[in-house]
Design a protein around this ligand. Structure first.
Ligand code: S3P
Length: 457
């Protein structure tokens, strides 16, 4: 599907974005492994989350979904109640489903096969295969290329202490959930704290999880620079250790999913760069392991204010008001990266409209997302007149030039599609986005919601 976007003269109003993708996936997974019923409200009805539901249905879990109410009821069958699937578990485009489910399957005594779409078939799975092998599971990449299809057979797992070279919540969560089935404690060490939804939710379902900051290995000037720049406290700069205890049972509960800050980010960015814009996004999850976009936009001079801040269950939420303002360049790197990893494509767009240079670094992970987001954002924004140089682990963006409409391609990446749409709003002339249907992965009504704000409703 091609979408044509003309420059935006007015962007005003209030919006509620759909439920958080990460929290929605985890609510289904933990609900399935619990005893009793888990009622989920505000569930994200998108292709990725439906892939998770479908995998658990194939393992005997009854899931009732009401699409218009955005509610899902999961009838849990306990930690040992999953049934051997009679067919392949298809995870579609979802890295979260693939990597976290691998951990759960490693704890099951039956054999299963996991596979996904062409993008998932290219994404690295060795990062989850290796720790699960170390725990004693049998995990085979069928094509021996470290990717899906994976054949997994679990059983008696040992607790391990695993140092993950990447700060990845998918990997961390897969290992922690396998740890529920192990014979002793399992720890994951990560270089920076990645999103902690699994830890928070596991505790809420009755699990035992401990998160500890590790001692700081940095010294001297580098340490000072890192601290000043990222606003880190001395306790967190050495990475984190997350430990889970094997669990006899989890108990189902009510989960209220907050709005997804990764989806809100497109409207926040649009409001910042469209002249005269003012947008209020209500009920957004602002978990500190996810809210890096707020810090970066503030560092760029954006006019952002938070209200109605509260704890919704175990997740922090707030309403976010963004008004148009003039932006300037910044540096985005270090421990901040995992807290806004999915927002970096739209940060690149913001940087095009900011005076001066923006440097995104330490973000090599962008190369192995749904697309190579460094290559894709560079190529497509440059077609619109941007001045971006890709680097090994990020981008250098020289902002302050006006962008013009162009024919661009989403490369089957939902976040690229929505980021390009934001750029198009503040460009001169019409932009056509090829393959824009991929927004259905995380935000099926994105273009509808954008239109509502454009007409000020
Ligand atoms: C996610 C973790 C992140 C993120 C993805 C969702 C999760 O991936 O990019 O969209 O829900 O755990 P990584 O774990 O690969 O960093």
């Amino acid at each position: 599907m091609d979408i044509r976007i003309s420059p935006c003269r007015k962007l005003r109003g209030r919006i509620e974005v759909p439920g958080d993708k990460s929290v929605s996936h985890r609510a289904v997974m933990l609900g399935a492994l619990s005893e009793g019923i888990t009622e989920i409200s505000g569930f994200l009805m998108s292709a990725d989350c439906l892939s998770t539901i479908s995998c658990f249905e194939k393992m005997g879990i009854c899931v009732e979904a009401n699409e218009t109410e955005r509610s899902v009821t999961v009838h849990g069958r306990s930690l040992h109640g999953l049934r051997a699937p009679s067919e392949l578990l298809y995870t579609g485009n979802s890295g979260t489903t693939t990597r976290i489910i691998s951990g759960i399957l490693a704890g099951q005594s039956f054999e299963s096969m996991l596979d996904g779409d062409s993008s998932i078939r290219r994404r690295p799975m060795k990062r989850i295969i290796d720790p699960l092998l170390a725990m004693g599971a049998s995990v085979r990449s069928e094509k021996e290329n470290g990717c899906v299809p994976l054949r997994i057979k679990g059983g008696s797992l040992h607790g391990i202490c695993w140092r993950s070279p990447v700060a990845s919540a998918q990997v961390k969560s897969g290992i922690l959930l396998a740890g529920l089935y192990a014979d002793s404690e399992t720890s994951v060490l990560e270089p920076a704290l990645s999103r902690n939804h699994t830890e928070l939710m596991l505790k809420a379902f009755g699990g035992s999880v401990l998160s500890e900051p590790l001692p700081d290995p940095l010294r001297g000037e580098e340490k000072k620079k890192d601290r000043i720049f990222y606003g880190l406290s001395s306790e967190t700069a050495g990475g984190w250790k997350i430990t889970v205890r094997p669990e006899p049972r989890l108990t189902g509960r009510k989960i209220c999913v907050p709005g997804d800050i990764s989806s809100a980010a497109y409207f926040m960015a649009a409001a910042a760069i469209v002249p005269g814009a003012e947008v209020l996004i209500s009920n957004v999850g602002v978990n500190p392991t996810r809210n890096g976009i707020l810090k970066v936009m503030r560092a760029m001079g954006a006019d952002i204010s938070l209200s109605d801040e509260k704890l919704q269950g175990f997740e922090e939420t707030a309403s976010i008001l963004v008004r148009s303002s003039s932006l300037h360049g910044t540096v985005i790197g270090g421990s901040l990266i995992p807290t806004l990893i999915d927002e970096l494509p739209v940060c690149a767009v913001l940087a095009c409209f900011a005076e001066g240079e923006t440097v995104i670094r330490d973000a090599r992970e962008l190369r192995v997302k749904e697309s190579d987001r460094i290559a894709v954002m560079t190529e497509e924004l440059n077609k619109m007149g941007a001045d971006i140089t890709p680097t090994e682990d990020g981008m250098i963006i020289r902002g302050g030039r006006s962008l013009h409409g162009a024919e661009v391609d989403a490369h089957a990446d939902h976040r690229a599609a929505m980021s390009l749409a934001v750029a198009a709003l503040a460009a001169e002339g019409v932009t056509t986005i090829r393959g824009a249907e991929c927004v259905g992965i995380s935000y099926p009504d994105f273009f509808k919601d954008l239109d509502r704000l454009r007409t000020g409703c």
